[in-house]
Ligand binder design. Structure first.
Ligand code: 5AD
Length: 347
């Protein structure tokens, strides 16, 4: 095997065998990563040109009933300062975002039973009533299929649920016993089948992750064929059981972004906040590696710093919706541009 032939094969066939993905992940030189990024940009531009889609992220609750070992808003973290936005406050974020040019709103939160399914349904209905030209994305974790269906009937268009890892053995090292690999995977299949534009994803460099696990993630993504994939580097959170583990790297995250773009050519692929956190130009580099989405934060400034999934999460500058002008400038500087559009999957 050699990296250049594998890169060419991936470009042509949009999938590799597991051992080939492993070989590429383990043996890519800097030069190879640049070649991959160039091919990733080429395919991305054939569907989405130079457009970068923006999503207004509303982190409406940082209460969560789960205890994922990596996460800063896990239930047992007594140091997390908890907050919940009222439906009225969520709608205010939407209004502000609409004026800024956002046409997709992402309602993201921990698995927080304080909001009933109906309450969430009403928020979706209200957003769609006020702004029928906008897409609503939900990201509130594992729910029953009929709840997903109900919210879809309320008008929710998209759903983000990272699978976190496609390997059961690895999943069990990242999560306590009351969280089940099979259940999470089932949620993703349900979401797709109901008709959501569905997003999966994982952390790069999470504890115990091997090239074999990453290759399994890529093959799982090829199989699920989701509309969106969210990836970012693992970043240790000081109060979590994984406080002492090393962070994922910029280089490996960029490599995975390019591999995902070549594996799922039309995928909506964000350059995530976590990538912007580990490197000052992380998100621009993400776009140059094949990403085509950014998700500025629309949450009220007063709660933004409390949504700390990991340490040092950026929350005051260009990643905020109010910093959109300067973010736009940075994206122009690398030859791309932000568009005011729903930014649906190129079906
Ligand atoms: N580092 C990076 N990403 C994290 N997430 C949670 N904790 C961390 C962390 N310490 C990611 C998970 C989750 C998403 C909401 O944030 O992938 O699905």
């Amino acid at each position: 095997m050699n990296t250049i032939t594998l890169i060419e094969k991936l470009q042509q066939e949009t999938v590799l065998a597991k051992d080939e993905y492993i070989y590429l992940i383990e043996n890519c030189s800097e030069k190879d990563r640049e070649i991959l990024a160039a091919k990733a940009r080429e395919i991305r531009e054939s569907y989405y040109h130079k457009d970068v889609y923006i999503r207004g992220l509303i982190e409406f609750t940082n209460y969560c009933k789960n205890n994922c070992y990596y996460c800063g808003i896990r239930a047992k973290n007594r140091n997390a300062k908890r907050y919940r936005l009222q439906p009225k406050e969520i709608l205010e974020c939407v209004e502000e975002g609409y004026l800024l040019g956002f046409r997709t709103f992402v309602l993201q939160g921990g698995e927080d039973n304080a909001y009933s399914d109906k309450e969430i349904g009403h928020i979706i209905l209200e957003i769609k009533k006020r702004h029928s030209d906008c897409a609503v994305t939900l990201s509130v974790g594992e729910r029953e299929r009929d709840v997903y269906l109900y919210w879809h009937n309320c008008g929710a268009d998209r759903y983000l649920l990272r699978h976190e890892t496609a390997s059961k053995d690895h999943y069990e090292k990242l999560h306590p016993e009351d969280l089940f690999f099979e259940r999470r995977m089932q949620c993703l299949w349900d979401l797709k089948e109901i008709g959501y534009q569905t997003g999966a994803g994982f952390m790069v460099g999470s504890p115990f992750q091997t090239a074999g696990h990453l290759a399994a993630d890529l093959l799982f993504l090829k199989d699920l064929n989701p509309h969106m994939v969210g990836i970012g580097p693992f970043i240790a959170q000081k109060d979590s059981p994984f406080a002492q583990y090393v962070d994922g790297t910029l280089e490996q995250t960029l490599l995975l972004l390019s591999l995902i773009r070549l594996t799922l050519p039309k995928v909506l692929l964000p350059a995530t906040t976590a990538l912007g956190t580990i490197h000052p130009q992380g998100r621009e580099l993400g776009i140059l590696a094949g990403a085509n989405v950014v998700m500025p934060n629309l949450s009220p400034a007063s709660v933004r710093e409390k949504y700390q999934l990991y340490d040092n999460k950026i929350c005051t500058g260009e990643e905020s919706a109010q910093g959109l002008q300067s973010l736009a400038g940075r994206i122009e500087a690398i030859g791309y541009h932000i568009v005011t559009a729903r930014g649906d999957y190129a079906f």
